[in-house]
Every structure is written in C-alpha cells, then in structure tokens.
Ligand binder design. Structure first.
Ligand code: SF4
Length: 384
C-alpha cells in the first residue's frame, strides 16, 4: 500500500545526498491467494524494485506491506522505532477515530483488513494500556519475521549467477529448510532436497553436483526447487525465464504452472515479455516510470488495453501471420530519467493522446470498468 522506494544518489567528498532515483512512487496493489499476478513494463520502470522491496531485500522508503493481516513494516524495525511506528500509525489513529465516532465498536466496524484486526486487538486491551497492544504485537516478532522470510520466496532472473558456484545442490536447496528448522538431521535434509528436486524434474541422484554441471534450464529448475523447499505462500519470479532459450523457456513456464496447481502457489510474475505474461498470468499490472498505469484481468487487458502506454506495448507484440495487418504505435523519445520524472502524468512526454492538463495534473488510477483500472485523464470505458 502506497509503496515508495527512492534510492539516494551521493556525491562530493562528504557523500552528501544530491538527488534520488524515484524507482517506485506510491504503488498499491493486492495479490490474491492462488493467482498469478503479472507485473509488466520496460526496463527501469520499477518492477524488480517492487519485487525486492516486497521481500524486504530493499527497505521501503515509505508505505506498508501487509501479508495475511499482518503489517510487516514494524517487523524489520529496531524495537524503539517499531514502537514509535505502531503508536503513530495505529494507536494515535484509533484514538482519533474513537473520538470522532464515539465508540470503539464503530471504529472497528469502519475499518477492514489489517486495520480492523489491529483495532480489535487495541480496543480489547485499551482499558489496561497502550503498551499492552504494543507488547502483544512485539512479543513474537522474531517468529513473525522468520515466517515472513519463509512465506515469500524469489526465483531470480539469471540461473548462472543466482546459484553459489562453490555450493553443492544439496546445500543450495537444503540451506533454507535447515535455517528454518523444517528438517532435522542429515537424513531429513537429503529427503527434502531430493523431493524438491524431483518436483522440478531433476533426479534426486544429482544432489551432490555443483551448479556448473547443469544446463541453464536445469539451473533455473534448481532455483525454483530452492524456493519450493520452504513451502512458500508467494513466489516472486523476477524475469525467471528471460535468460533461457525459447524452447527451455516454455518448459520452465509449464513447470511453474504445474507446480502452482500441485502446491497451491501464488506467483508475482515480473516480466517485460508480454507473450509470457499472456500465457501464465491471471491479472496484469502495467508499470511506467515507477507508477502503475493500468491493471486488469489478463483477458480484459489484452482484448481491450486502454492506457496509451499499454496500447503501445500491445501493438509491439508480433503477429505470426503476415497477412494480418496490425496498428503499430511507435512512441517518440526515450523513457525520461527517474531522478527527475516529468510533472503531471509521467507519460505525457511520449503520449500520442496528451492534452494540456496532462503535464500539470497527475492522473489517479480509476476503475473504468469492473476490475479494470487506468491512470489517464482521457481514457473512458467506451474507448478502444
Ligand atoms: Fe497520455 Fe494524458 Fe493519459 Fe497521461 S493522462 S496517458 S499524457 S492522455
């Protein structure tokens, strides 16, 4: 929710911050259990930064990441900052709301999701003290943090650099389950690694081999096995098939689809390849320069793209039949710098539909038709 990630640029002798790369700027979206959500856009639009920030491999500049009714923000803060965060973002807000609405019951009823869950906890204990609410949330923070680390896994783009060349497959795949104490003793580790490898179509006999003894496709399967070994809830696949040959690519995508059914997985599938997105995803989010410009179920988006940028992306998909004529939209110029993005709509410098308002006012993401959201001043539901 409202996720922001800015990277500071430092310069000079004292390495002072002179500017920020605004990689992700106020992005909100949901990922539902069991679905594959596609995140698409050209290089530098912030897709990977979102993935890394969701995993807390990058610290978000602001915004919150909610996983199963738990605000994960405070889990990664030192205790004094976590307390401050909970006071500011929950206790003070609940108190303000209680004054406005007159009773704790009406506050709880007015909220949803994690806010409602925390409000219930807070008002249950308000008679005693605020510190009760804080200590309740902080009491098992280590466990919650470990669970978060286990439930969210990533499959990286490059199967050559994402596996440690000095580790045998047994250590690469077994490290997670051992760290999270899902297995105890050598026998259980070997069983776990063999079963994860067999799930991805690699013989369990190969557990003592090194990554260089496998092909690119096999290495990516090992990367998937490493994620699977922790029975995660969400797998972030960051351009997971982009580095593979086309024939291997389809095998790995089909494997991921099969694993999803078998293990009830949820994917956040990051890619710049629209044909892959079309094949594997249920819903798609289109990003441009750190912002979401369109989001819709896959079929709606591919049949009826509404945002000018999405239309240009779609028009770039090649059609195998040379007799079919297709409108090509060629965008002018390059993607502007994320250090100093254009005012108003960030796409206005390249948009073929831009009007005066576009450079001054930032468009909001509006629901144009059910579940179809577009950030554009001009687009209406009847436009094709
Ligand atoms: Fe183009 Fe304006 Fe729509 Fe932005 S708001 S996409 S510049 S028409």
């Amino acid at each position: 929710e409202h996720l922001v990630k800015y990277f500071p640029i430092r310069a000079g002798v004292f390495k002072r911050v002179v500017a920020h790369v605004k990689a992700v700027d106020d992005v909100s979206f949901d990922v539902y259990e069991g679905e594959t959500l596609g995140l698409v856009g050209e290089s530098g639009c912030g897709k990977t930064t979102i993935g890394m920030t969701l995993l807390r491999l990058y610290e978000p500049t602001s915004g919150r990441i909610v996983v199963e009714n738990e605000d994960t923000t405070y889990l990664f803060l030192p205790t004094h900052r976590a307390k401050k965060y909970l006071r500011k973002n929950y206790i003070q807000r609940f108190r303000r709301l209680a004054e406005e609405k007159g009773s704790s019951k009406s506050v709880i009823e007015s909220l949803s999701g994690v806010d409602r869950h925390y409000a219930e906890l807070y008002f249950d204990h308000s008679k005693e003290s605020d510190s009760k609410f804080i200590s309740l949330l902080l009491s098992n923070v280590d466990e919650k943090r470990k669970k978060f680390r286990r439930d969210l896994q990533i499959v990286f783009q490059d199967p050559y650099s994402s596996l440690n060349p000095r580790m045998r497959v047994k250590t690469i795949v077994g490290e997670g389950p051992v760290t999270h104490k899902l297995v105890h003793g050598e026998k259980q580790v070997i069983e776990k690694v063999k079963s994860a490898l067999e799930d991805v179509g690699i013989s369990g006999e190969y557990i003592y081999r090194f990554p260089h003894e496998f092909s690119g496709g096999q290495r990516q399967r090992i990367g998937i096995a490493r994620a699977l070994a922790l029975s995660p809830k969400l797998i972030i696949a960051d351009e997971a098939v982009a580095a593979l040959d086309v024939s291997i690519r389809s095998q790995v995508i089909n494997l991921m689809k099969d694993l999803q059914k078998e293990h009830k997985l949820t994917y956040l599938f990051i890619s710049h390849d629209l044909s892959v997105i079309k094949y594997i995803c249920d819903r798609v989010i289109v990003m441009y320069l750190g912002k979401i410009v369109e989001s819709a179920p896959k079929k709606t988006l591919f049949d009826n793209p509404l945002h000018p940028y999405t239309r240009a992306l779609m028009s770039a998909i090649p059609i195998p039949n040379p007799n079919v004529k297709k409108e090509r939209i060629i965008l002018k110029g390059d993607v502007p710098s994320p250090i100093n993005p254009p005012s108003g709509c960030r796409f206005h410098t390249r948009c073929f539909m831009a009007v005066d308002k576009c450079s001054a006012v930032e468009p909001e993401l509006r629901e144009i038709e059910p579940n179809h959201y577009v950030a554009c001043h001009i687009v209406r539901s009847d436009e094709k």
